[in-house]
Ligand binder design. Sequence first.
Ligand code: IPD
Ligand code: CA
Ligand code: CA
Length: 259
Amino acid sequence: MATNDDLLDIAVEAATGAGTRLREVFRTGARVATKTDFHDPVTEHDLAAEEQIRAVIGKRAPGSVIVGEEGGTQPGSGEVTWYVDPIDGTANFAAGVAFFCVSIGAAVGGELVAGAIYDPVRDQLFTAGDGGARCDGVPLTSAGPRTDREALLLTSYPSAYDLAQQGEEALHRFGRLVTSFSAVRRPGSAALKLAHVAAGWAHACFGLGASPWDVAAGALLVRRAGGRYLGDPFTVGPYLATVGGFDLAGSALAELVPA
Ligand code: IPD
Ligand code: CA
Ligand code: CA
């Protein structure tokens, strides 16, 4: 039976292996197709990276369940379940914007136990496990300001889908965020946004309709760094994360807190 440290080691090998290849092909002109609609791009590199990751997991943890964005769910014994996003931030990757990552989380018995998020362009590795949250081996503390006025928020809200669901109200909510926070940014990549909150480089992030492969590793990273993560990382839905000590009740984000 693999230990949590073993699972983290596998996640790191898979994420850095795939990410190294992504760094090599970044800005070389990927062929872009779309999935659900024109806001949802995919490239040949998303598929190749996921294959590479599945091969590492298959070799080192045979029998695992693998839930991957591109290849769907591969059944297994059910002891360990992996949540794999081969490129989180594909729209950035495809266009040439250097804000994307590989995100891999592992759960045992319905609990997240290991996660790796690799930013190939900066060659930065975020890890979460029994040894806490780290960036390139250095322990992370998710700390920062307490109030909106001092804080920087990362969010892709409202997406085109959110606007279709919520109409004008989504724009009013976005307006309240923009006027309440010191700064609001839309960099893309839910996983890398969570890594920034875990590190205290950004102070809050929020989104709707996130999938387990987007947030599994990042949720564990934020929590192990002492930040707050709200939302169910195992189902498609909202997520909200803040640095530790942030006054969420007094924040413009309070009306968006996941149930
Ligand atoms: C998307 C990114 C984006 C978030 C979407 C995700 P992808 O993932 O994380 O920032 O707003 O909800 O689907 O398609 O780049 O893997
Ligand atoms: Ca994603
Ligand atoms: Ca993806």
